[in-house]
Write a protein that binds this ligand. Sequence first.
Ligand SMILES: *[C@@H]1O[C@H](CO)[C@@H](O)[C@H](O)[C@H]1NC(C)=O
Ligand SMILES: *[C@@H]1O[C@H](CO)[C@@H](O)[C@H](O)[C@H]1NC(C)=O
Ligand SMILES: *[C@@H]1O[C@H](CO)[C@@H](O)[C@H](O)[C@H]1NC(C)=O
Ligand SMILES: *[C@@H]1O[C@H](CO)[C@@H](O)[C@H](O)[C@H]1NC(C)=O
Ligand SMILES: *[C@@H]1O[C@H](CO)[C@@H](O)[C@H](O)[C@H]1NC(C)=O
Length: 498
Amino acid sequence: MPASISQLAIGLLCEVFLWQSGVPIANLTQPAQTMQGIGASGAWWPLDLYNYPDAVRQNVSYLLFSSDALGLTSYRYNVGGGGVGVGVPSRAPETTYISTTSSNYSADPQGSYFLHAAAQYSVPQLTVFVNSAPPSFTTSQASCAGALLNSSIPLFGTYLAGVVQYWASQGIHFAYVSPMNEPDNGFPPASGSLSCTQEGMVVVPSVRPTVVQSIRAALDAAGLQSVLVQADETSTQVQFAVEADLWIPGAAGSIAVISHHDYLFAADTALQAMGDQGRYLSGGKQMWFTEICCFVGAENSTDPASALAYGQGYDPTMLSALQMANLIYRSFTLTGDAHFDWWVALSSEMGCSPASDPACATTSNTQGWNDGLIYYDASYASNGNTAIYLTKRYFVLKHFAHAIPLGAVRYVLTPLPAFRLLAFSLPSGGWSVIALNLEPDQALLALDTLQLGTATQAYQTTQDEDWETLRVQNALSCGTVFQMVLPGSSVTSIYFSG
Ligand SMILES: *[C@@H]1O[C@H](CO)[C@@H](O)[C@H](O)[C@H]1NC(C)=O
Ligand SMILES: *[C@@H]1O[C@H](CO)[C@@H](O)[C@H](O)[C@H]1NC(C)=O
Ligand SMILES: *[C@@H]1O[C@H](CO)[C@@H](O)[C@H](O)[C@H]1NC(C)=O
Ligand SMILES: *[C@@H]1O[C@H](CO)[C@@H](O)[C@H](O)[C@H]1NC(C)=O
Ligand SMILES: *[C@@H]1O[C@H](CO)[C@@H](O)[C@H](O)[C@H]1NC(C)=O
């Protein structure tokens, strides 16, 4: 059969198929936010992983930072507060601070190791973030259960600018400084306990403008004008809503980004309001979603589209990965966030023993926590098990990290009932589309290719496959409509020529 006739036949088949199925076609509409990174933090796990054989440390660095692997485009280095008062050794990083006139940059070799690794893999955006100031700057004289002393704010600024300046002298350039993390919570000991379980430091809303002004001034004085400040990493949308008026107007002139968390897993309207409020009060600064973890379906729902709740549970499966993907989708489309960070890149909170139970790593349980992308054995020091375990969240976040490089511009797509769709105009040319199918059944994805151009590559993660390469040339292209049947409970990213 001559090619022209076969093409005609396919064309007719396409039209009949689309017409019969009544499938709507998604089209690109207007541009939205310019994206600025997909990351995770280096809090805590470096303290354990530093003890692992170097081959494993190098593998972890590769798995997180290499563009052949997860390819995070952002990394949050946690500058330690000394861990004073923290009873969990693996959450007590050393501080480089000795006094106003001396520092010890040999301290915290664990955090430094993975910061170097991120820089060696050319992770394009590095942020230094603080859970607690060094003890001498806090009311508790510890790294938790206190507040930043007002009298220490200028010194705190000088100290942080010094940290950034030191790393710049080592060839490692931070793009952002985040001087407080969840400043609404000092993470004091639980009742009946003498020690904290993590670093934390209260900074009341009225003081936050002074803190960011002081950091800005110290960075400028150190010749670090290009290093930007972000704040305030509020824990929840509810907290954000009541505090925003008290700090954003006074801080806006010193910050580039308003960063937030969402540990009460706000509803759609509240997420939208948070974005609007942050941009309005700051005169249009970007909103960033800089930390989340530790959710299960509300009432343990196994529908990935249903509401989430903070709570215990280890779920390495596609369910948790789809819940995360939907959370990111809602952050980008409702709040208008330009950046997303998972909380800790690695965790040992598996809730089971992978050394003695072969099913542990791949089976959900209610004892662990969904706080990591990769897991390791909490008992590694005693049982010598230095294996690492990848979750579906790791592979699903890879779709976002790869498809959303820094500078990608999100475009709104007309909705398709079966999918949650994100489209990005890529700085290198062309487009990427991420399609989430949260339903159990397969569905037909139909995209108008007038602007997208031809599909060049596609990758898919399902319960059975991790980042499977799809043969896009086998996808049915009907005139200007790209069509592909995507399985239930899947994440697919497709690249187009433009
Ligand atoms: C999308 O594009 C297709 C093909 O160009 C067109 O037929 C359809 O009407 C468009 N749909 C919307 C919602 O604009
Ligand atoms: C600096 O930190 C390193 C690593 O913890 C430690 O071995 C060393 O004693 C510290 N030096 C000073 C002067 O505190
Ligand atoms: C710092 O000053 C503010 C405003 O005067 C006050 O509300 C806050 O409690 C003070 N913080 C500390 C830690 O003393
Ligand atoms: C999920 O189930 C566990 C065990 O039954 C329960 O303790 C927990 O509260 C539930 N979590 C949520 C968010 O409903
Ligand atoms: C790195 O870790 C992954 C996940 O455990 C494993 O599959 C891979 O073989 C490791 N690679 C090297 C070079 O050790």
